[in-house]
Design a protein around this ligand. Structure first.
Ligand code: GLV
Ligand code: MN
Ligand code: MN
Ligand code: MN
Length: 410
């Protein structure tokens, strides 16, 4: 089987030029003109490979290589191409363009799949625009209903419905959910986004479970005022309550009893943001994860209790908006076995591992047996412009993916 790694690297490079940040950074946010231009480029590549294209009402993009028995549930592969602000060029992209290259390699080898093989580009795996990640896959598996999606607003108050309509995606959101038995299996190729494979000098990781993410927005309202004239006993400073909450997130995650618990306050917006003005309003974005869902929930509960206590003590009003609290996902054994057999055939060593980042596979696992294949990335860096995966590792990942798809589609 011939993987054309030069063509693939060229396409990865070209896709990175669709960006709202100067190179090497990549910023590609849902439904922006840049995102739509990148989608048009991808569609042209998929069509050149003779794949049947379909887009749903959210903009999930399906490209199908029709199998000899087209009525059988298909084998799915794919990932996302949206990129958080100032990200790199490999996160998600390797699974989409690498999936395409795997299909082209199988086509060139004159493989004839019995089941259709479908490449998926998910809408908005990243939470950048609407505050919630895995938008497309949440809707595909029915974890989020049309009504829940209908409530989403971006930071400018624009609804998801309006934004998708302006981007040219119409039709009812209730049509996005996939029917049962649509896929027989799903497999996602992705960079590891962590350091383990590189540290252990391994080219491949086979994911057996995906950690459970939860996120919440906490809005605090205190009393603004002049930084010189309001004396300390009279202050109700929303930033200080926020600072205490952020420290509590860190403490609660560290105290969970397991190194698998992580807590991050990644958003801290201060209003009015003037050096001589007491912060009156603060918004925190908090992300808490664990491979054990109930341990994660215990940490979330501790944080929520602390928000109440801190705000009461400081005379601060608060509101908590739950964004998500998803259970972890277990990989499908048959997909893991197919990945292992393919890696073994190619003589490539691997380890089994947990994904601490979430991926659309977290939700695809609700639809069908699902697993992920990780390749190393330099220093474990991701979500930054210097994210890097070598052509050699990408090629090995694509080879294993191609064999795995062939196995699953036979
Ligand atoms: C996905 O990008 C994540 O935050 O894990
Ligand atoms: Mn990402
Ligand atoms: Mn990703
Ligand atoms: Mn991600």
């Amino acid at each position: 089987m011939n993987v054309d790694i030069q063509r693939l690297m060229g396409e990865i490079e070209r896709l990175a030029t669709f960006s709202d940040a100067p190179a090497p950074a990549v910023t590609r946010v849902l439904y922006t003109p840049t995102d739509l231009a990148a989608r048009a480029y991808l569609k042209s590549l998929f069509a050149e490979a003779d794949l049947e294209l379909r887009e749903d009402a959210l903009g999930n993009l399906f490209a199908r290589w029709v199998g000899a028995e087209p009525d059988l549930p298909a084998v799915g592969t794919g990932s996302h191409t949206d990129a958080i602000p100032h990200a790199g060029r490999y996160d998600g992209v390797v699974g989409v363009l690498g999936g395409l290259e795997a299909i082209r390699a199988l086509q060139a080898a004159r493989f004839r799949p019995r089941r259709s093989i479908e490449l998926l580009m998910f809408t908005s795996e990243e939470p950048t625009r609407f505050g919630i990640g895995c938008l497309g896959s949440r809707a595909l598996c029915g974890a989020w209903t049309a009504e829940m999606l209908g409530r989403l607003r971006d930071s400018e108050g624009k609804s998801l419905d309006q934004a998708r309509t302006e981007a040219g995606f119409s039709g009812g959101l209730e049509t996005v959910r996939l029917p049962e038995n649509y896929y027989s299996a799903f497999v996602e190729l992705h960079i590891e986004q962590g350091p383990l494979l590189e540290q252990e000098n391994l080219p491949l990781g086979i994911v057996t479970a995906i950690a459970a993410p939860a996120s919440l927005i906490v809005r605090l309202s205190g009393q603004g005022g002049h930084a010189g004239t309001v004396l300390m006993p009279d202050r109700r400073d929303a930033l200080l309550a926020g600072a205490e909450i952020a420290l509590e997130v860190d403490r609660a995650a560290r105290a969970s009893g397991a190194p698998d618990t992580v807590g991050t306050t990644g958003i801290f917006k201060v209003h009015p943001g003037a050096i001589n003005s007491i912060p009156s309003r603060v918004e925190l974005g908090i992300d808490i994860r664990d491979i054990d869902g109930s341990r994660r929930d215990a940490v979330v509960s501790r944080v929520v209790a602390a928000v109440g206590e801190i705000c009461e003590r400081r005379g601060i009003g608060y509101e908590i908006e739950w964004m998500n609290a998803d259970p972890p996902a277990q990989s499908g054994e048959e997909v893991v076995r197919a990945l292992e057999a393919s890696a073994q055939e190619l003589g490539l060593p691997y380890r089994k591992m947990v994904s601490r980042a979430y991926h659309d596979s977290l939700f695809m696992a609700r639809l069908c047996p699902t697993a992920m294949l990780f390749i190393p990335c330099k220093n474990g860096w991701s979500h930054r412009p210097d994210e890097y995966a070598s052509p050699e590792h990408i090629e090995q990942g694509v080879r294993v993916l191609a064999r795995t798809l062939a196995r699953l589609a036979e």
